[in-house]
Design a binder for this molecule. Structure first.
Ligand SMILES: Nc1ncnc2c1ncn2[C@@H]1O[C@H](COP(=O)(O)OP(=O)(O)OP(=O)(O)O)[C@@H](O)[C@H]1O
Ligand SMILES: [Mg+2]
Length: 78
């Protein structure tokens, strides 16, 4: 029996930005994150920090600008 915990959600090099050129607003970039199965994980930050935007990318509800998200070993950002 393994005591190592499974990674359920894994993000690598994740970036989300809105707009283009001078008006481009980068919400997050170069974001790497592993969330483990069974863990209680919270995302904290001030209003407008990008919590909901991150959740949309991690859940597959929205496409990140760059990077990958794997859910249970399967890439959901293709
Ligand atoms: N569809 C969109 N188009 C342009 N900008 C957006 C869009 N969605 C979010 N933003 C911007 O991204 C930034 C992060 O917003 P987000 O809603 O992710 O923050 P939050 O941390 O969830 O805030 P809150 O605590 O108020 O829920 C904000 O500056 C917001 O204006
Ligand atoms: Mg929010």
């Amino acid at each position: 029996m393994s005591t190592e915990k499974d990674v359920i959600i894994s993000a690598r090099g994740l970036k989300k930005s809105f707009g283009t050129g001078d008006s481009q607003q980068v919400i997050f970039e170069n974001l790497n994150l592993d969330i483990y199965r069974g863990d209680f994980t919270i995302i904290m930050g001030s209003s407008g920090a990008g919590k909901s935007t991150l959740m949309y990318s991690l859940s597959g509800m929205d496409r990140p600008t760059a990077g990958t998200v794997h859910f249970a070993g399967k890439e959901i950002t293709k």
